[in-house]
Design a protein around this ligand. Structure first.
Ligand SMILES: NC(=O)c1ccc[n+]([C@@H]2O[C@H](COP(=O)([O-])OP(=O)(O)OC[C@H]3O[C@@H](n4cnc5c(N)ncnc54)[C@H](O)[C@@H]3O)[C@@H](O)[C@H]2O)c1
Length: 386
């Protein structure tokens, strides 16, 4: 049987999810690398492959088809460019990079390489997300009008103990970039191109250089509107996206990964059926199921096997795609609107103005860094509420 040769750079927490997912797919783990040798040794002892002290050593001694980059976000771009220069493909953990400038540098390296770049956004790959994307794209669920996207998580002060966390240089940003990005990516994947946004980012409690809560109002090119909130201060955690369309309300309500049971679709009252029953379709009463055309509900009708939105779902699809010679759809290029959104959120909150997506070209002040080179004292003044 043909297998894909894979490797992992960065042997910390999330590397285990990669190793387990590859073990469940037709792959051979040829090497793992970490700047802390004992971490590479430990991962190799459990999952196989040769341990190395750096990506350079790994690429010199082995020839993987695909390399997972599971290091802290501040190192992703440099490591990805080195892997691409060796002609190999890369799977970048989220957030793929820390700025649009880094994203474009990695994209340029990809252009010059035989390898390709993919990004881990596992929530695009569960069965619920795949159904939602396909039904919304072909109009079966109606036209999206209003959406709400909430990432209300809790991270204690101790979460920021590792040196790279809490800093622009290591972590790159707060819950907008590091946590809410999962939901933001799924929202944009489902609703299509966004056009403009206005945002607020504040630091209420945690010892970080950036925000611990952010909020945005977004207008999409389709005319749909959405609110997005990202928090690390919310004890009862949830991740939720709700999209109200002309056809109904689609909602996913989960935490770190959904199953089919976390999705609901509530069809809009059906005018023809309501008229038959002598009811007003604009008035929904408790238990008034008769005004809903349940037998023609496209969401219920599209149910298949339940695939939860975890690493195994995406990495399994990625391996299958690469072995079959197909392009895996979560390319680096497909995640640019998500990085543009994150960039615009910081730009809008630090400048107090609305940001158009079309403005985010190399000349934009926030293109090179999410803090836009605004002095830290000014960031502190803007983000720290009295
Ligand atoms: N997709 C998800 O749901 C998800 C969940 C958690 C974390 N992540 C992402 O995974 C990445 C890693 O997070 P983590 O929690 O595993 O971090 P971690 O700190 O536990 O692990 C990072 C590892 O990388 C090593 N490292 C650092 N620089 C290196 C370099 N230049 N070369 C080789 N190794 C290097 C460190 O020694 C460490 O072992 C981050 O981008 C994070 O955002 C994604």
């Amino acid at each position: 049987m043909t297998v894909l040769k894979v490797a992992i750079v960065g042997c910390g927490n999330i590397s285990r999810r990669h190793a387990e997912s590859y073990a469940a797919a037709p792959t051979e783990l040829v090497g793992v690398a970490d700047i802390v040798p004992s971490k590479a040794d430990k991962l190799a002892a459990k999952f196989g492959g040769r341990p190395f002290g750096s990506v350079t050593e790994l690429l010199t001694a082995t020839s993987p088809d695909l390399v997972s980059v599971t290091t802290p976000p501040g190192s992703h771009a440099e490591i990805a460019i080195e892997i691409l220069a060796a002609g190999k493909s890369v799977l970048l953990e989220k957030p793929p990079v820390l700025s649009l400038a880094e994203l474009d540098a990695v994209a340029a390296a990809e252009q010059a390489s035989a390898g390709s770049v993919y990004v881990v956004f596992q929530h695009r790959h569960g069965s619920g997300g795949l159904r939602a994307a396909s039904l919304l794209a072909d109009g079966a669920l109606g036209k999206p009008q209003v959406a709400v996207c909430e990432t209300l998580w809790f991270r204690p002060v101790s979460y920021f103990d590792p040196e790279w966390r809490g800093t622009w240089v290591g972590e790159g940003g707060g819950p907008t970039l590091g946590h809410g990005i999962h939901q933001i990516d799924l929202l944009l994947h489902l609703l299509g191109p966004w056009k403009s946004l206005t945002a607020t980012a504040v630091r209420l409690d945690r010892p970080v250089e950036f925000e611990d809560v952010s909020m945005a109002s977004v207008i999409f090119e389709s005319g749909a509107v959405a609110t997005v909130i990202n928090s690390l201060l919310s004890p009862r955690e949830l991740s939720r996206i709700r999209i109200d369309t002309t056809g109904g309300s689609l909602e996913v309500n989960h935490l770190y990964g959904y199953s089919d049971t976390d999705w609901t679709f509530t069809p809009a009252p059906d005018a023809a059926r309501a008229a038959t029953n002598g009811l007003d379709p604009g008035v929904r009463r408790t238990g008034s199921a008769e005004v809903v055309a349940a037998d023609t509900d496209p969401w219920a009708g599209s149910a298949g096997d339940d695939v939860p939105s975890n690493h195994e779902a995406q990495l399994g699809r990625l391996v299958d795609d690469l072995l079959a010679g197909r392009t895996h759809e979560t390319t680096l290029a497909s995640t640019r609107p998500t990085m543009e959104f994150v960039t615009a959120l910081y730009a809008s909150s630090l400048t107090g103005t609305a940001v158009q997506r079309a403005e985010l070209t190399p000349g934009h002040p926030f293109y090179r860094a999410l803090h836009g080179d605004v002095p830290q004292a000014d960031i502190d003044r803007t983000m720290n509420l009295p």
